[in-house]
Design a protein around this ligand. Structure first.
Ligand code: MN
Length: 338
């Protein structure tokens, strides 16, 4: 958390800033958008400063309904203009990531900007590229940290239904609908407060989960029926989606969100992996149960990281070479052997 002095400094910064940019990681998810939009709405309640949410690349359409989502600036739609906006910002918030590499092409302008940088995050091993760091790896989500930050800034009695919807979305999605062990009694106390604003939480579940496109479900059918491989000797199940199969089902950003959990749900599986090929790279999602660290696996082999049981990575090899490399690494991993 921050000291009271940190909060006083941040208050002064926001009072005197010309512009505030709120950033998050590439492939933004519910926690990324919930925390950035929620913070924007909070800042707008208390300060006059122009505040913009900027994401590295486009976000999934199932998050289109989020309050003020239509005002989000997508960095890669106009990199030169958006680099200039980052460059001239007074304050940049870094939400739901702790390593500038997680912002893809936004990394260079982000690092070169002279703005004061403030991190709120719950991923492992934060990088020291910011001026203020609130890193809590035990927090369920960045939205839960945002709530605590708002409480410390004395903003919390001004929660309204839109801010509550943003914070709820991040906590709910990052806890797997309050299922994962990171969900604590404090998490539920926060939800209770959010409900007091009049929040209709069921509408959020409807928007997120009963909103599948026909193509997406056909893609999931193909993924489970034809592209999933179980290797019991190493307690691993993976799903590999080539660029060709993604395009056959008219893939849209976010269509494979949550698919990796089906790989993990296979009986006896400790490691579930989703590999998807896009723009000549293979993006990898890892999920594990128990004390097998996918953060370590991804950091050491696939230029990524995240949490102990959920992490992302990338490979510049072909799909088949990536799978071969993955299996070779896992074969030497005693924790996965039967
Ligand atoms: Mn998160």
């Amino acid at each position: 958390m921050f000291t009271q002095e940190n909060c006083n400094q941040i208050n002064e910064l926001l009072k005197n800033a010309d512009s505030v940019i709120i950033t998050t990681h590439r492939n933004p998810d519910g926690d990324a958008l919930g925390s950035t939009l929620g913070l924007k709405l909070l800042i707008q309640k208390f300060y006059k400063v122009k505040t913009t949410v900027m994401v590295p690349d486009s976000y999934p359409t199932f998050l289109n309904w989020m309050p003020h989502a239509n005002e989000i600036v997508v960095f890669d739609q106009n990199p030169s203009e958006n680099s200039a906006i980052l460059n001239s910002a007074s304050v940049i918030f870094c939400l739901d990531y702790n390593n500038p590499g997680r912002t893809a092409d936004m990394e260079v302008p982000l690092l070169s900007s002279k703005a004061i940088k403030i991190m709120l995050d719950h991923h492992q091993q934060p990088d020291g590229f910011v001026n203020f760091t609130w890193s809590d790896t035990s927090a369920s989500s960045t939205c839960e940290i945002l709530y605590r930050f708002a409480a410390q800034m004395s903003w919390i009695n001004s929660l309204d239904i839109d801010i509550a919807a943003c914070i709820y979305t991040g906590i709910m999605t990052d806890t797997g609908s309050f299922r994962f062990p990171v969900t604590t009694s404090d998490t539920f106390r926060i939800i209770s407060h959010l409900k007091e604003t009049g929040l209709e939480h069921w509408k959020i579940h409807e928007s997120l989960f009963n909103n599948n496109s026909f193509n997406k479900l056909k893609l999931w059918g193909f993924a489970l029926g034809n592209a999933m491989v179980n290797i019991p000797e190493i307690s691993t199940t993976y799903i590999a989606l080539t660029a060709e199969s993604l395009s056959k089902y008219n893939y849209k950003e976010g269509d494979t969100e949550g698919l990796v959990n089906y790989a993990l749900s296979v009986e006896g599986t400790i490691l579930g992996v989703l590999l998807s090929e896009k723009d000549g790279k293979v993006r990898i999602s890892f999920r594990s149960v128990g004390d097998f660290s996918v953060n370590k696996l991804s950091r050491e082999n696939f230029e990524g990281g995240g949490h102990e049981n959920a992490a992302g990575g990338i490979s510049y090899l072909s799909m088949q070479d990536t799978i071969d490399k993955l299996i070779a690494v896992l074969k030497d991993t005693p924790a996965l052997k039967k």
